[in-house]
Design a protein around this ligand. Structure first.
Ligand code: ATP
Ligand code: MG
Length: 384
C-alpha cells in the first residue's frame, strides 16, 4: 500500500484550447515547490496524483502543494491493488476514531464484480463492525472516505478534502511590477495578482540614510514571503533620497508625498518596460490615507502613460486586507516598526485633494529627468 496525494485543480478546465499550456505551467509550479524532494507527479483523469515519496514526507508535501496557485483541493490517499481487503485496510488508516462517516465510491473499472453502491455498503459495513464508535450519516457526515477504482487494477482511497489556495497557475497571466513598501498592503496586492496567474517583480524605494537598513531587510523578507506563492520574484531597490531632498528644498512641503509618488510611478514604469512587466501593481485602497483619495490616485497615475496600473485592494477595508496578510504569512513582518521613505519630510498638512495645476506648478521647480536618471543609477537588483 503506497501513500499518495491527490491534487484537484481550479479553473484550468475552463480554458479550452489553452488547457495544455495551463496544465504544463501548473505541473512546473508544483515541481518547483517540491524541488529537492523525491516524488513523481502523474496526471490521472482530470487531476494529479503525487507518488513515489517517502511516506514521512507526506504532510510536508501537502503543505507545499496546497500553496501553489491553481490547487483547489488535496487529499492524503493510499494506492492499493484493487481488492476489497486491500481497500478496507486503507479505509481503516483514514477513518476517524469516532463520529459519523460515509463511504463514497467511484468505479471507473466496470469489470469489478460489485457496483459502487454495493462497495459502499460492503466497506461501510466492515468499518462499523471494526469500530463501534462510528456511525453512518450519508447526508452530513463528519468524515467522507472516497474510494476510486481505476481501470488499471489499482484503487485510490482518500480522506477528507484539504483546501488549496485556489487561483490560476503563476506564469499564465503575464508579468507585473509591484510597488512594494514595508507595509501591510502592498505584499497582499502582489499575492492577489499572483493568485490570478501573474508573475511578479518588485520595486522598492528607500531613503537611506533617513530610512535605515533594517527597513530594506524587512522588504526583502516580505518579498521572500510573496516569492513562496509567486514562484520567486526579483526585488529592485531604488534610492530616492535626493529626490526627497530636492522636493523638500524647492517645493511647497505639503506636496511632498504627492510629488514623491509621481516620481515612484515614473521610475517604476521605466523599469517595468525594461524588465518586460506589463503593468504596475500597488497596494492602494481608496480613501485609506490622505494620498489615496481619487484625486491623489489621479495625480500619481497620470504620469504613467504606457502601462495599466492595477490596484487589487482598491475596494477593500483595512481589516479585510489584514486578514489576507495574516493568511499569506506576511502580517508579523509588515508590522515591524521600521520607517518607510514616505514618512521622511512628512508634511504636517499633506494635500488630500491635489489639483493637477498646482502639482505641475510645484514639479516644474525640479529637474525631473535628471533626478529619475540619478535614482535609476542607484538600482540594486536582488533575486529572491
Ligand atoms: P502599504 O501598506 O503597502 O505600505 P500604505 O497603506 O502604507 O500601503 P501608502 O504608504 O500610501 O499606503 O502607499 C500606497 C502604495 O504605494 C503602497 O501600497 C505601495 O504599492 C506604494 N508604495 C508606498 N511606499 C513605497 C515604497 N517605499 N516603495 C515602493 N512602493 C511604495
Ligand atoms: Mg506604506
Amino acid at each position: 500500500m503506497d501513500k499518495v496525494i491527490i491534487v484537484r485543480y481550479c479553473e484550468i478546465h475552463l480554458k479550452g484550447n489553452n488547457r495544455g499550456f495551463f496544465e504544463r505551467i501548473f505541473v512546473e509550479n508544483m515541481e518547483r515547490a517540491l524541488k529537492g524532494i523525491k516524488h513523481e507527479i502523474r496526471k490521472q483523469s482530470g487531476r494529479y496524483v503525487i507518488e513515489g515519496f517517502e511516506s514521512e514526507q507526506a504532510s510536508y508535501i501537502t503543505d507545499k502543494v496546497k500553496n501553489v496557485f491553481g490547487v483547489h483541493t488535496l487529499s492524503a490517499a493510499y494506492k492499493v491493488s484493487t481488492s476489497l481487503d486491500n481497500i478496507f485496510e486503507a479505509v481503516i488508516k483514514l477513518a476517524p476514531v469516532s463520529g459519523t462517516f460515509k463511504i463514497d465510491t467511484h468505479r471507473a473499472d466496470k469489470t469489478f464484480n460489485m457496483n459502487s453502491m454495493q462497495i459502499n455498503a460492503e466497506i461501510g459495513g466492515r468499518l462499523l463492525e471494526y469500530n463501534n464508535n462510528l456511525r453512518v450519516d450519508v447526508h452530513s457526515p463528519q468524515a467522507v472516505i472516497g474510494i476510486d477504482l481505476r481501470e488499471n487494477g489499482t484503487s485510490l482511497v482518500f480522506g477528507n478534502l484539504i483546501n488549496g489556495v485556489g487561483g490560476m497557475p503563476v506564469g499564465t497571466a503575464g508579468k507585473g511590477m509591484l510597488l512594494i513598501s514595508g507595509g501591510i498592503d502592498s505584499p497582499v496586492a502582489g499575492y492577489m495578482m499572483a493568485k490570478r496567474g501573474m508573475r511578479i517583480e518588485c520595486i522598492h524605494f528607500h531613503s537611506y540614510p533617513y530610512t535605515n537598513m533594517q527597513a530594506k531587510e524587512k522588504v526583502e523578507e516580505l518579498a521572500s514571503v510573496l516569492a513562496k506563492y509567486s514562484c520567486g520574484t526579483v526585488l529592485n531597490v531604488v534610492k530616492v533620497t535626493h529626490i526627497q531632498e530636492e522636493i523638500h528644498k524647492k517645493c511647497n512641503g505639503d506636496f511632498m508625498v504627492t510629488i514623491l509618488r509621481r516620481f515612484m510611478f515614473r521610475i517604476a514604469e521605466r523599469l517595468a518596460k525594461k524588465c518586460g512587466s506589463q503593468c504596475l501593481i500597488t497596494g492602494e485602497s481608496l480613501g485609506q490615507v490622505a494620498s489615496q483619495t481619487i484625486e491623489g490616485m489621479t495625480s500619481s497615475g497620470s504620469v504613467v502613460s504606457k502601462l495599466p496600473i492595477l490596484r487589487p485592494l482598491c475596494g477593500f477595508d483595512k481589516n479585510e486586507i489584514i486578514e489576507r496578510s495574516r493568511a499569506m504569512g506576511a502580517y508579523e513582518i509588515s508590522i515591524k516598526p521600521y520607517e518607510d521613505c514616505c514618512t521622511v519630510f512628512l508634511p504636517r498638512h499633506p494635500v488630500i485633494h491635489p489639483k493637477m495645476r498646482d502639482v505641475l506648478e510645484e514639479e516644474a521647480k525640479l529637474d525631473i529627468e535628471a533626478l529619475i536618471s540619478e535614482a535609476l543609477n542607484s538600482l540594486e537588483v536582488i533575486k529572491i
